[in-house]
Ligand binder design. Structure first.
Ligand code: KIV
Ligand code: ZN
Length: 525
């Protein structure tokens, strides 16, 4: 059990993470038990004081996940959800958790049409559920569900009843996301005038106000924020952990005790496990959160990052990287720096021509990848290092069919060595890409972080365009694209091109190529 769950340990706002409970209620999302344990361990490592691990009455697997998390995590308070029903509370207690979060509808519409009960029944069940949790010697959180649509007088009354019954926290949910910063602030202030129990806030994002409403609640005196990584959750999701925490730290000067430099990595893990891609423009953890393309912005950031970034929040603070993207809006500075970091030093005239060609490519609506930039640069500078590519594909054979597991075997040259590898996959593209990765071995560890196959229009012989982004163990990324009538070949060629650019960048930096501004992470598109 975390001591900061009580608000001690010199923190101003207690973070209650509900990624594994409300987050898992995201339509289409379901975590396997070991994945839930893995996420809980990562949340613990990041210093999250309270983790809502699940809703045990839901299923035996859910109860098992909560049990395993309660067993495996020592540094955070583990909480389980329960309705104000004996069986739910008992199922939560049986998992060995430190806290039980009991909830009951309190708005008229939900009491009538979801609970099919009366306010009197709500009161009685609330008292008995809280008592049951407290008699078991476990901390209790009480949520009057749909608090923002609950009659204000009844809301105060039920919170007072929960306080008298022994609740340790009162959580006010904006269940359907209809609160506004002002109404949430007033609700928190009103409840705080009548109860001493610390207040928590739980906001949904139906109008995109979840984080703003959560922060308004903190301004009104809420001590705890219920949030989910990447903002996942029912319908439009919950207040995002990363946005709420960074705003609290950087804009409000409030301490949560979280190791925020782990946010990016955790966000990527949640992205992988949920299969929900993070939009690039997502604050804090989106691919573009610290990316710059326009010439004016990129030049400013190259000189001083705070010119076109918040300044109070840096990519390093959240484990992210700053990127200069080369495209239609790119400026000379950014192109020059990208080339210099890869060991290319064009003359002024060559640089002007490279920039002209990059802009013209971008202007045709084409995404300019790292591979495109270097192809342009090498042709302008007439210095194509023939035969010097790190990875040279020599042969690929793929078999697939309805009665066989797709298999790919690849022969390629890595430096001066010829290597072969064969891999199975869920489809021919997967098998081929796995085989190419197997050829590389573990040094460097290259992961495919983006694979994009353009819609193929026309006949069955139409050309497919594949864009692949790879990342090495240091988080450096490069992208490349390739087009071919055969999607396996297009995919493999894009991967090989991206790997070659990555290798080139690594070797330029290993040889200590001059880096005028060493902190900049370059990426093209
Ligand atoms: O949104 C909600 O009301 C909830 C409760 C269970 C707290 O998730
Ligand atoms: Zn919720």
């Amino acid at each position: 059990m975390s001591t900061s769950a009580n608000g001690s340990d010199g923190i101003d706002v207690v973070v209650f993470d509900t990624t594994l409970r409300d987050g898992e209620q995201t339509p289409g999302v379901s975590f396997a038990v070991p994945d839930k344990v893995k996420v809980a361990k990562k949340l613990e490592e990041m210093g999250v004081p309270v983790i809502e691990a699940g809703f045990p009455i839901n299923s035996e697997e859910e109860a098992e996940a909560v049990r395993q998390i309660a067993e495996a995590v020592e540094g955070s308070t583990i909480c389980a959800l329960a309705r104000v029903v004996d069986a739910d509370v008992q199922a939560a207690l049986d998992c060995g958790v430190d806290m039980v979060h009991v909830f009951v509808p309190t708005s008229e519409v939900q009491i009538k049409h979801a609970l099919h009960a009366t306010p009197q029944k709500v009161v009685e069940r609330t008292q008995s559920a809280i008592k049951r949790v407290k008699d078991a010697g476990v901390a209790c959180m009480f949520s009057p569900m749909d608090a923002t649509r609950t009659d204000p007088e009844f809301l105060v009354e039920i919170c007072q009843i929960a306080e008298e019954a022994g609740a340790d926290w009162i959580n006010l949910p904006d269940t359907v996301g209809v609160g506004t910063p002002r109404s949430v602030q007033e609700m928190v202030e009103r409840v705080r005038r009548h109860v001493q129990t610390p207040i928590s806030i739980h906001c949904h994002n139906d109008f995109g106000l979840a984080v703003a409403n959560t922060l308004a609640a903190v301004e009104a005196g809420a001590r705890m924020v219920q949030v989910a990584m990447n903002g996942i959750g029912e319908r439009a999701g919950n207040a995002s952990l990363e946005q709420t925490v960074m705003a609290l730290h950087c804009l409000y000067g409030k301490r949560t005790g979280l190791k925020t430099e782990k946010l990016y990595e955790l966000s990527r893990l949640i992205e992988r496990l949920t299969g929900i891609p993070t939009p690039p423009y997502q604050p804090v953890i989106g691919a573009n959160a610290f990316s710059h393309e326009s010439g004016i912005h990129a030049a400013g950031v190259l000189e001083k990052p705070s010119t076109f970034e918040p300044g109070v929040m840096t990519p390093e603070m959240v484990g992210h990287r700053r990127r200069i993207v080369i495209g239609k809006h790119a400026g000379t500075h950014a192109v020059q720096q990208a080339l210099e970091e890869a060991g290319l030093h064009p003359t002024d005239e060559e640089l002007r021509e490279i920039v002209r060609r990059v802009k013209s490519l971008g202007g045709k609506g084409k995404r300019v990848t790292y591979a495109d930039l270097f192809a342009i640069a090498e042709s302008v500078m007439a210095r194509v290092p023939k035969g010097q590519r790190a990875l040279e594909l020599e042969q690929i054979v793929v078999t697939t069919g309805n009665k066989t597991v797709p298999t790919a075997s690849v022969v390629a040259r890595v430096g001066s060595e010829t290597r072969t590898a064969a891999q199975l996959g869920v489809g021919p593209v997967d098998a081929a890409l796995k085989a190419v990765r197997a050829i590389l071995g573990e040094h460097p560890r290259v992961e495919i972080v983006e694979f994009h196959l353009d819609a193929i229009s026309g006949g069955s012989d139409a050309v497919a365009t594949v864009l692949v982004t790879v990342e090495d163990e240091t988080g450096r990324r490069t992208s490349a694209q390739a087009a071919h009538e055969d999607i396996v070949i297009a995919s493999v060629e894009a991967l090989v091109a991206a790997v070659n650019q990555l290798m080139r960048l690594r070797s330029a930096q290993a040889q200590g190529q001059p880096q005028q501004r060493p902190k900049l992470e370059q990426e093209v598109a």
